[in-house]
Design a protein around this ligand. Structure first.
Ligand code: B12
Length: 354
């Protein structure tokens, strides 16, 4: 099959697998992005995610992941359900939108597997696929493939769809027709995301310091969260969407997907932190296996629940937190103790005792 026809057919297949955008870039080393990555790592912005330090050269050169790689195919899945559906019910702890249904790694992984098998069979050329599962600079490739640009909030933003897109790639030794990239940037003079980030995590245009990012602390960080960071989490129990919520491209152009690819669950629109704190491990697994919440694990979600309760300051949580003082996990115990102190301290403030 000639490369023009192969490319057209691949695009059609990606669309029928439910991907909302596809773009193709030539597999040449993206020097600007390799430098940006080196600078980011050098500044320590990866915080405790030490796995990001491993083989940075591999992260920016696809030929090291697939010898003979000629093309990088980027695929995007729109998960925006519309403003009404995205709203967190009052009194609930907030869950990032991408995590409110099935784990996207699984959803996209299945579709990628079928595309990979077809491409390999048709071309006889080696192909590998990734969805946040390998050392690939996913946003950089999507930008080079013309799907969108890397915005000041570091997210890939599409002019027609905003940034509520999840990304995946196919690396292939097959030769395809590349799109004209990289995409032009359209943030202009807007600084909404920098101004709105409650913890000042966007330290420069396009550069996020994970050490200050709520998403990092609530999802990726294991063990105790430093006390000085806890207030910043506010009512976020898993992830954070503030820098996307305020983006004008999302406010004006995000298009609700009719497909509901992640099969959103009503109970994940927002969580009851008291309920989360009281779950035993078996119940936690039964309820959340197959969702992105598993990344933070049972311990992490209960730790996060304590922080949300401490920040909310509602005395009704005190008996539940007191029970957590006997929790088997020392991190949960220490965070419950902190939350009790927060709530009681606030009570004393209200009564003018301090
Ligand atoms: C580590 C990681 C995180 C870390 C670090 C975030 C970060 N900004 O790097 C934490 C845990 C904080 C995180 C949070 C989130 N993440 Co994350 N994360 C990743 C992961 C695994 C690696 C990212 C990476 O390599 N970072 C290193 C930096 C240097 O690379 P980069 O983010 O691509 O940054 C580029 C820009 O900074 C740019 N750049 C550098 N300097 C400058 C200067 C200017 C002016 C500009 C414009 C650009 C620019 O160059 C860099 C290289 O291309 C990717 C998956 C992957 N393999 O790519 C998902 C990924 C980036 N995450 C994703 C998502 C959805 C999120 C969250 C929205 C989740 C949430 N709701 O809580 C938040 C968003 C936070 C944010 N604003 O970045 C999606 C993003 C989709 C999109 N539309 O962009 C990805 C692609 C996963 C996926 N498969 O869909 N994430």
């Amino acid at each position: 099959m000639d490369r023009g026809r192969l490319t057209r057919e691949l695009r059609q297949r990606a669309a029928s697998e439910g991907f909302d955008a596809i773009g193709i870039a030539e597999a040449v080393e993206p020097r600007r992005d390799a430098q940006a990555l080196a600078r980011w790592l050098g500044a320590g912005h990866q915080a405790g995610m030490t796995w990001l330090d491993r083989a940075p050269e591999m992260r920016s050169d696809p030929r090291m992941l697939l010898p003979g790689c000629r093309s990088v195919v980027s695929l995007a899945l729109n998960y925006w359900p519309g403003a009404e559906e995205a709203r967190t019910p009052p009194g609930r702890a907030r869950v990032a939108l991408y995590a409110r249904g099935r784990d996207y790694h699984r959803v996209m992984g299945k579709r990628l597997k079928r595309l990979t098998a077809w491409l390999e069979e048709t071309t006889g050329q080696a192909t590998r696929s990734f969805v946040d599962t390998g050392p690939v600079l996913e946003r950089a490739w999507a930008e080079r493939a013309g799907i969108g640009w890397i915005g000041k909030n570091a997210n890939l933003i599409s002019r027609g769809r905003g940034s509520w897109l999840l990304l995946a790639e196919l690396l292939t030794a097959a030769e395809l027709v590349a799109d004209t990239g990289p995409h032009e940037e359209f943030c202009g003079t807007c600084t909404s995301c920098l101004d709105a980030c409650p913890t000042g995590a966007i330290v420069e245009d396009g550069v996020v310091d994970s050490e200050r990012c709520i998403s990092y602390w609530t999802i990726e960080h294991r063990g105790p969260i430093p006390e000085e960071r806890r207030a910043g989490n506010a009512d976020w129990i898993f992830g954070c969407d503030v820098c996307q919520d305020v983006c004008p491209w999302n406010l004006r152009f995000a298009e609700a997907t009719p497909a509901d690819p992640l099969e959103r669950r009503e109970d994940l629109r927002g969580l009851d932190p008291i309920d989360m704190l009281g779950l035993d491990e078996e119940a936690f697994r039964a309820r959340y296996s197959g969702t992105s919440l598993m990344r933070a694990k049972w311990e992490g979600m209960r730790r996060n629940a304590c922080i949300v309760l401490g920040n909310a300051g509602d005395r009704a949580a005190l008996t539940h937190l007191a029970r957590a003082l006997d929790d088997e996990d020392p991190v949960v115990r220490s965070h419950a103790e902190w939350a009790i102190r927060q709530i009681e301290g606030r009570g004393a403030d209200d009564q003018g005792l301090e």
